[in-house]
Ligand binder design. Structure first.
Ligand code: AMP
Length: 288
């Protein structure tokens, strides 16, 4: 079983021998309710580092007032079993009072990259994410931190913050892990009824459709978005956004002239799901 620490002084003391020995420290930030997507990050850390710290904390400041903070799944004993199976050495699972100490008054606001898409739908979300991620990067002082492409914009926001604030931890982004039918793994998938779970495959299907349309020569973003939207609406999904954006700036693109990120957020029976896929143009049709 991994060793579980709950305070900053404990985790720093636990890491000191590794640091003194010049060993590489890997960090996997999560909100727990671990699935194979999270475990893929742990495996990436195990492969690249000498010791892996898994951060487990449901961060209240990144949830809006009407979001699912109180019902978010909390499954620490099962999480520890899974982490033991992958050989993670340390778990940092702080309580709210350790993360947001009395008088906490500093918040991180990342600029333009945090504004569209999730930023627009979830006001204050990235302020909460950036603040807790900067705090956990400072607490652990890892060599490398591993994030998932599943939360593409989140990873972009964190990269921006780390570059702007000279955080020395290297940020690596790992591919999305999916269920056999294409649904991206998510801690929120447990909210889905069997019927909603079946309909949730529409997210992946709409991304696949976008990929096929682009591979077939379609360059009109509006037309691709309409097709994706139809697939989602047919599954009775409520759409927050469906967009084709520049993978670097996240600005909307139309027409498509180079590598493009298809990105979407929907609610299925009230459960909010996000997904994305990079659409690669055949080499010969890229504009230079
Ligand atoms: P969360 O616990 O949902 O905050 O996610 C913690 C980390 O795991 C984030 O960097 C996510 O992007 C990543 N993650 C979540 N789901 C997946 C997935 N299906 N595949 C790969 N990474 C994921």
């Amino acid at each position: 079983m991994p060793r579980v620490l709950t305070t900053v002084s404990e985790i720093r003391a636990a890491l000191l021998p590794y640091r003194r020995a010049g060993q590489r420290i890997g960090l996997v930030p999560t909100m727990g309710a671990l699935h194979d997507g999270h475990l893929s990050l742990v495996r990436a850390s195990k492969a690249a580092c000498d010791v892996t710290v898994v951060w487990i904390y449901v961060n209240p400041s990144q949830f809006g007032p009407h979001e699912d903070l109180s019902k978010y799944p909390r499954t620490l004993p099962a999480d520890l079993e899974k982490l033991a199976g992958c050989g993670a050495e340390l778990v940092m699972a702080p309580g709210d009072a350790e993360v947001y100490r009395p008088g906490h008054a500093t918040w991180i606001e990342v600029g333009a990259i945090a504004e569209p898409l999730e930023g627009r739908c979830r006001p204050g979300h990235f302020r909460g994410v950036a603040t807790v991620v900067l705090k956990l990067l400072n607490m652990i002082q890892a060599d490398v931190a591993f994030f998932g492409q599943k939360d593409y914009q989140q990873a972009a926001v964190i990269r921006r913050m780390v570059a702007d604030l000279d955080v020395p931890t290297e940020i690596r982004v790992c591919p999305i892990v999916r269920e056999p039918d294409g649904l991206a793994m998510s801690s929120r998938n447990v909210y889905l009824s069997p019927d909603a779970r079946r309909r949730a495959t529409a997210l992946w299907q709409s991304l696949e459709l976008a990929r096929q349309l682009v591979a077939g020569g379609e360059r009109d973003a509006g037309s691709i978005i309409r097709t994706m939207t139809q697939t989602l609406v047919a599954a009775a999904a409520t759409i927050d956004y469906v967009a084709l954006v520049d993978p670097g700036s996240l600005a909307a693109v139309d027409p498509i002239t180079g590598p493009t990120l298809a990105v979407l957020a929907v609610k299925i029976d009230g459960t909010r799901l996000i997904d994305n896929a990079l659409l690669e143009l055949p080499y010969s049709s890229r504009s230079t």
